[in-house]
Write a protein that binds this ligand. Structure first.
Ligand code: UTP
Length: 276
């Protein structure tokens, strides 16, 4: 059974400067809830209740969000305002939270390697909370992937089809189609030019990883942009064993970009948000 989920949240969020100069990108709200809380709720729904964060300098607000705020809570205790805290209180009841730091932002692969001390030797989920995945009343994306993991027992990446002019923004896979929406990965390239892209199947920010990924990451040299790329480590796993790619059911918003963030805000406000 997978119980753990890792949230790499140490990045600088430069695309949102100056908003992210002293505030973590992951705390930007989609309507009234920070991005990272959507991700944690998806993790808890999938049964991954041991939640680990790889944070960095200037990210304390994330730890505070998943902790009690005595002054505020005693101030509004017993008033109608208390109901605004109900979603985060539910999250805090269900989840167990731990934190570690990435001291140099050397890429997603390095952030995950830093999470080893929180994860140990177990398979685990990974959520990049700037990818907001919404599924309405249906099963969340991580829950869909956990079910697949229980069947295949190997690393799984979530993918979606993207238009040609977008492939250079993603890790792109090639693979053998096992059945509708499921591929066994044979190749992966991080942010390829369209001419070099093996397909238009793009990896998005949801993963299930087997713990041997840590050994692979330790031996993965910096790749594209001088960063340790998770995609490179996953390719090694795919070549030595098996990595599956899963076309998830649901909608994804790239909230790491201003345009995706605004689309998500409009969508959530019109379709998801319920005023209390
Ligand atoms: P991104 O590249 O989307 O985030 O990384 P970023 O670097 O913060 O954003 P920009 O490009 O400068 O605007 C995806 C996820 O990986 C984390 C980020 O926090 C984000 O959640 N990350 C990235 C780390 O934790 N450490 C890193 O060294 C890099």
């Amino acid at each position: 059974m997978i119980k753990k989920c890792l949230f790499p949240v140490a990045g600088y969020g430069t695309r949102f400067l100056p908003a992210t100069k002293s505030m973590p990108k992951e705390m930007l709200p989609i309507v009234n809830k920070p991005l990272v809380q959507y991700g944690v709720e998806e993790s808890l729904e999938a049964g991954l209740t041991e939640v680990g964060f790889v944070t960095g300098r200037g990210k304390r607000a994330i730890a505070d969000h998943f902790d009690v705020n005595y002054e505020l809570e005693s101030e509004i205790k017993g008033s109608s305002k208390e109901q605004y805290l109900s979603s985060i209180r539910e999250v805090m009841e269900k989840g167990k939270f731990s934190f570690t730091r990435q001291t140099e932002m050397r890429g997603l692969g390095d952030a995950i390697l830093n999470g080893k001390r929180l994860i140990g030797d177990d398979p685990f989920g990974v959520v990049l909370s700037d990818d907001l995945c919404l599924t309405g009343d249906d099963e969340g994306v991580l829950a869909q992937m956990v079910r697949l993991y229980n069947q295949f027992r190997c690393s799984i990446v979530a993918i979606q089809e993207v238009p040609d002019d977008q492939v250079s923004k993603f890790g792109i896979i090639a693979g053998e189609k096992m059945k509708e929406g499921l591929y066994q990965v044979s190749d992966m390239v991080e942010k390829p030019d369209i001419a070099d892209a093996p397909s238009n199947l793009a990896i998005i920010g949801r993963y299930i990883l087997t713990p041997d990924i840590f050994d692979v990451l330790e031996n993965t040299p910096p790749g594209k942009n001088g960063e340790v790329q998770l995609t490179d480590a996953l390719l090694t796993q795919a070549q030595n064993g098996c990595v599956m790619a899963y076309k998830f059911k649901g909608q994804r918003f790239d909230c790491g970009s201003v345009e995706g963030f605004v689309d998500a805000t409009n969508y959530v406000y019109n379709n998801v948000y319920k005023p209390v």
